[in-house]
Ligand binder design. Structure first.
Ligand code: PXP
Length: 242
């Protein structure tokens, strides 16, 4: 049977808007509180090396004030490892990070960076943090995740979300096949990036996928319908697809 699909709400872009004026409004913490009331199962925040949106203080506040599990997105660096070990969020999703990129543009090369990742994954895991790797849905990346013994992979849905109708089916198939392969190997598959009301349902219908992490669209749509409204509609579409 297909289980309930969890929704992790990524609040990075609440911080983007706040930082545009350098003040305190709008507060990511308040967004997280509203998300909790609107049907989110978790909060996701990416503490980037350049602190362009989420800040260290945001992570402190989220950890202190939010009852929902926090999924900390982080680059595989010593600085981020130390921060994760200090806060001990429920989960840490390791993402690739390049300063010049506008957003996380591709998956982590878990296969090519296995030796760098191994000690980071094991220190996070030893601290009781559920480790996830944000990867492209390919057999090589799933195999690397198996070798690193992570409990979770998050498949990058950017190519699916941004491809034309002809290629979208191919991208979807790839994600579905890799979700099945991950689950067969005891790894819980998640997915995220670029998901919207229009494209979420085929991904939500993949039975092995346990969680979607969605940010930019939900925060953008909140301008028109309010944050509770945008999250509730996403939640309803996900449940319907299941
Ligand atoms: N998952 C990961 C690992 C991400 O890096 C991002 C983007 O920050 C998302 C999910 C959410 O993507 P979007 O903001 O496009 O919904």
């Amino acid at each position: 049977m297909t289980g309930r699909l969890r929704l992790g709400v990524n609040i990075d872009h609440v911080a983007t808007v706040r930082n545009a004026r350098g003040g305190a409004h709008p507060e990511p913490l308040r967004a997280a509180q509203i998300a909790a009331g609107a049907g989110a199962d978790g909060i996701t925040a990416h503490l980037r090396e350049d602190r362009r949106h989420i800040t260290d203080r945001d992570i402190e506040q989220l950890m202190a004030e939010i009852a929902l599990p926090l999924n900390l997105e982080m680059a595989a660096t010593d600085e981020m490892l130390a921060i994760a070990l200090r806060h001990r969020p429920h989960a840490a999703c390791i993402v690739p990070e390049r300063r010049q990129e506008r957003t996380t543009e591709g998956g982590l090369d878990a296969k090519g960076n296995r030796d760098t990742l191994r000690p980071i994954v094991s220190r996070l895991a030893d601290a009781g943090i559920r480790v996830s790797l944000f990867v492209e849905a390919t057999p090589a990346q799933v195999e690397a995740a198996v070798a690193l013994a992570v409990p979770v992979v998050e498949f990058h849905t950017g190519r699916y979300a941004h491809s034309d109708a002809a290629n979208r089916e191919v991208e979807l198939r790839r994600i579905a096949d890799m979700a099945a392969l991950a689950a067969k190997n005891g790894i819980e598959p998640h997915a995220g990036h670029g998901l919207t009301f229009d494209n979420v349902q085929p991904v939500a219908a993949i039975p092995q996928i346990a969680e979607l992490n969605i940010g930019h669209f939900l925060i953008g749509e909140a301008i028109f319908t309010g944050l509770s409204g945008s999250i509730a509609r996403m939640r309803a579409l996900m449940d319907e697809a299941r």
